[in-house]
Ligand binder design. Structure first.
Ligand SMILES: [Cu+2]
Length: 684
C-alpha cells in the first residue's frame, strides 16, 4: 500500500519563465543595433546610424575608453599597415596569425569601458576586418559583456549562410534574388545512397547542431586567457563531456540506421570514409572534397610523427596518473579534477599546464583532416569543413576524430577507482517507478515518437542588397529530426524531507549485433537527457518533468527577420519584447533530444538516478530554484560562474562498473522504453 500523502512535484517551466523580463528602450535599441551590424555582413554597412560611427569614430582619440589601450594601438597598426587578413580571404581560427589578429580585435571590443564605445568600435572595425574574423571576435565579446546580457545573436546559419548551405541552394537563392521572386528552396543532405554514412547525414548536417557546436566554442574559446577575469569553471572537463556526448548521440543515431558505432581515427591508418561537402565559401572557393581511403600527410609545420609523439606523452601522463607542468612540477590526475586538467591539455587551451610538451592534439587533429587533400598547398585548396566549428560536424571524420580523443579520456577515467556504494546510494530514498508519457493523447506509455519535420531558413542575408531595396523573401527548407514532447513521471519514496538531484540517461539496449551489452561497456555510450533538482517530502513523491525543460537543450532560435521585426514592433510600442539575461546560444537543439529510433520501434534503456542535492552542490547557499534558471547547463555549463553540480560530468556512469548488482542502489531505476520513428508528425 502506498502512503496516503503523495506529493506532486512539477519543476522546470515556471522557474525558467521567471528569468524572462520585458525589454526596456535601452535594451531594444542595443538589440536592433546588433542586428543591423550583422546584417549582410559581407557587404559594407548600410545602416545610417552605424555608418556615422564607422566614419567618425576614432579609436586613437578615445584610448581612455578602453581597458587595454595597447590592444587598440596594435589593432590600429594592423589596419594602417594593411596586415589584416584580406576581407575576401577565408578566416581560420586554427591559423595562429589570423587568430592573433582576431584576439586583438576581441580585446579591443571586450575591453571597451562602456556600451557606446563597444558599438562604435565595432562599427568602425566591421568593414575594415575580414567578415568572419570580425563576426567571431564581436560575438565572443558580446556574449561576455555585462552590458550586453540577454542580447540575442541571430542564428549562425542566417548570418553566414554559406557556411551551412549547399552550393545548389546558394545558386538558386541568387537566381531568385535577381528575378526578385519569393522562393522556397529545398535543401538535401549531401552524399548518395551509395554511401552508408549518408543515412546519418541528417544528424551531422543538422544546422541547429552545427550552430550549437560553433556557439560552444564561442562560450568556451580555447584561446581564452585568465586575464579576461571571467572564470570558465571546469572548461576542460566540459570540453571532454560535450564532445563525449556528441559522439554518444552520433553512435545512437547510427544504430537507429543499422550502422555500427563509429570507429576512432588512427594517425597511421587510412581515413576510410571520404566526404564531399557540396558547399562553397562566400568568396567562391569550394570546400574541398576528401576521397575515400586517404592517408594523413605531413603538413609543412606539423608532421604525423609529431602528432603521435605528443599523444604518446599524453598516454604516458594518463598511465602514470600525473601530468608534467611547464615548470617541471608533477600534478596528480588521479582524482575527480584530473579530467579537467586533461581536457585543457588535449584541446589544447590557453590553460594547458604544458602546451609545449603536450602540444594541441585536438586542434591539430582538426587541421590535419582539414588539409589532408592538399597538405603542401600545391594547389591552393582552401581549408576543409573540419577547420571551422560551424561546419566540422558535417564530416563523419569529425566524430571519428572525437572518438579517438574520447578514448584518451576513457583511458583516464578507467584508471580511477569505481564508485563505492556510499558514493552512489542516497540512504532513505528509493525510486519506486519510472515511466515516460508522450504528450499526444493516443500515445502509448514508455513509447516515444520521433519524426522529420520541415524548417525554413531565412536566406535574405545570403544575397547582397543594393541600397535599401525591399528584401525578397527567399528561404531554404530543410528536413530535421524532431520528436513528440513527453514527460518523465518518477515515483520516489523518501523516509524524510530531502533535496535531491535527478539524473536521467538513455542508452540503446542492444548493440549493432543485437546483443545485450554489459553495463560497464554500455555506460560509455549513455546519453544524458536531463538533470534537475527536486524537493522530496516524506513518503511517496510523484516527480513529473517535461522533456522541453531539459538542461541539455535550447529552444528553436528566432529567425533573423523575425528578430528584427519583433524588436521594431516593440520599439513602436506594438508588442512586448521579452528577453532572458541568461539566454544561451549554446545548447543542443531541443528537437534532437532523442535519437531517431526505428520505424518498427527500437528499445532503449532509461536510467534514472536520484542523488543527494546537499552533497552534490558546490556551495551550500545555492538553492534548487537558482539551478533551474541556468539554461543548457548540461553541455554548456555556466558562462561565468561555478557549475552548481559538483559531481563529475556523466556521474555515476563515468567510471568503471565492476558489479552491476552492487552498482544499482535503491535510488536508481532502469526501464525499457521504445523509440519509434514515424514519417510524419503525429496528430495532436
Ligand atoms: Cu568542438
Amino acid at each position: 500500500m502506498r502512503p496516503a500523502t503523495v506529493l506532486l512535484i512539477v519543476l522546470g517551466a515556471c522557474a525558467l519563465a521567471s528569468a524572462e523580463q520585458k525589454a526596456d528602450a535601452i535594451f531594444l535599441k542595443r538589440q536592433l543595433q546588433v542586428l543591423n551590424l550583422l546584417r549582410h555582413l559581407n557587404q559594407p554597412l548600410i545602416d545610417p546610424e552605424l555608418l556615422v560611427f564607422k566614419n567618425s569614430f576614432s579609436p586613437l582619440n578615445n584610448l581612455n575608453k578602453f581597458k587595454d589601450p595597447t590592444a587598440v594601438k596594435n589593432f590600429l597598426k594592423l589596419v594602417t599597415e594593411g596586415k589584416l587578413l584580406e576581407r575576401d580571404a577565408i578566416f581560420s581560427l586554427f591559423d595562429a596569425r589570423q587568430r592573433a589578429q582576431m584576439v586583438t580585435l576581441f580585446e579591443v571590443l571586450y575591453g571597451a569601458t562602456d556600451y557606446d564605445t563597444f558599438l562604435k568600435a565595432a562599427a568602425w572595425a566591421r568593414d575594415r576586418t575580414n567578415p568572419r574574423q570580425f563576426l567571431y571576435a564581436f560575438s565572443v565579446a558580446l556574449l561576455h559583456r555585462e552590458d550586453c546580457r540577454g542580447v540575442i545573436l541571430p542564428p549562425a546559419y542566417e548570418i553566414t549562410p554559406h557556411m551551412f548551405l549547399t552550393t545548389d541552394v546558394v545558386r538558386k537563392a541568387y537566381q531568385a534574388k535577381m528575378m526578385r521572386t519569393p522562393t522556397v528552396i529545398p535543401m538535401k543532405f549531401t552524399g548518395s545512397v551509395n554511401n552508408p554514412e549518408q543515412r546519418v547525414a541528417y544528424f551531422g548536417e543538422d544546422i541547429g547542431m552545427n550552430s550549437h557546436h560553433s556557439h560552444w566554442h564561442m562560450d568556451f574559446p580555447f584561446w581564452w586567457k585568465q586575464e579576461y577575469t571571467v572564470d570558465k569553471d571546469r572548461k576542460g572537463e566540459l570540453f571532454f563531456y560535450m564532445h563525449h556526448q556528441m559522439v554518444a548521440r552520433f553512435d545512437a543515431e547510427r544504430l537507429s540506421n543499422d550502422l555500427p558505432a563509429v570507429e576512432p581515427l588512427e594517425w597511421d591508418q587510412q581515413i576510410t570514409e571520404g566526404f564531399a561537402p557540396a558547399a562553397t565559401y562566400e568568396n567562391g572557393q569550394e570546400f574541398p572534397m576528401r576521397p575515400d581511403n586517404m592517408k594523413f600527410c605531413d603538413l609543412p609545420s606539423l608532421s604525423v610523427r609529431d602528432m603521435k609523439i605528443v599523444e604518446g606523452r599524453i598516454r604516458d601522463a594518463i598511465a602514470s596518473s600525473f601530468v608534467k607542468t611547464a615548470d617541471s612540477r608533477l600534478l596528480s590526475i588521479n582524482n575527480t579534477a584530473g579530467v579537467n586538467l586533461l581536457g585543457e591539455i588535449i584541446e589544447s587551451s590557453a590553460n594547458s599546464v604544458n602546451p609545449v610538451y603536450y602540444g594541441q592534439p585536438h586542434n591539430d587533429g582538426h587541421v590535419m583532416l582539414s588539409k589532408v587533400t592538399d597538405p603542401l598547398q600545391r594547389y591552393g585548396v582552401p581549408p576543409g569543413v573540419m577547420e571551422h566549428f560551424e561546419t566540422a560536424t558535417r564530416d563523419p571524420a569529425f566524430f571519428r576524430l572525437h572518438k579517438h580523443v574520447d578514448n584518451l579520456f576513457k583511458l583516464h577515467k578507467d584508471l580511477l577507482l569505481p564508485y563505492d556504494v556510499s558514493e552512489l546510494d542516497f540512504p532513505g530514498v528509493k525510486i519506486e517507478a519510472v515511466k515516460v508519457v508522450g504528450s499526444c493523447k493516443a500515445s502509448t506509455p514508455n513509447q516515444l515518437i520521433t519524426y522529420f519535420d520541415e524548417s525554413h531558413i531565412d536566406l535574405n542575408n545570403i544575397v547582397e542588397n543594393v541600397g535599401r531595396e525591399q528584401p525578397v523573401d527567399i528561404k531554404a527548407v530543410v528536413s530535421r529530426l524532431n520528436h513528440e514532447p513527453f514527460k518523465y513521471v518518477i515515483t520516489v519514496n523518501s523516509k524524510k524531507p530531502v533535496r535531491g538531484i535527478v539524473r536521467i540517461f538513455l542508452a540503446p539496449k542492444l548493440n549493432w549485433f543485437g546483443q545485450r551489452v554489459p553495463l560497464d561497456v554500455a555506460r560509455w555510450g549513455f546519453i544524458e537527457l536531463d538533470r534537475f533538482p527536486v524537493r522530496l517530502a516524506s513518503g511517496d513523491n510523484i516527480v513529473s518533468r517535461n522533456s522541453v525543460d531539459s538542461i541539455i537543450t535550447v529552444p528553436e532560435p528566432r529567425s533573423f527577420s523575425n528578430l528584427v521585426s519583433d524588436v521594431e514592433k516593440a520599439i513602436r510600442g506594438e508588442q512586448v519584447f521579452s528577453y532572458d539575461k541568461y539566454y544561451r546560444h549554446c545548447g543542443f537543439p531541443r528537437r534532437l533530444l532523442l535519437p531517431k529510433g526505428k520505424p518498427e520501434g527500437m528499445v532503449y534503456q532509461l536510467y534514472v538516478v536520484v542523488t543527494d542535492y546537499d552533497k552534490d552542490i558546490v556551495e551550500p547557499g545555492i538553492q534548487p530554484e537558482d539551478v533551474e534558471n541556468l539554461s543548457s547547463l548540461g553541455y554548456c555549463g555556466v558562462m561565468d560562474g561555478k557549475i552548481p553540480d559538483g559531481r563529475p560530468m556523466g556521474f555515476p556512469f563515468d567510471r568503471r562498473i565492476v558489479s552491476p548488482e552492487q552498482f544499482l542502489t535503491p535510488n536508481m531505476e532502469v526501464v525499457d522504453i521504445t523509440i519509434k520513428n514515424v514519417n510524419q508528425k503525429p496528430a495532436e
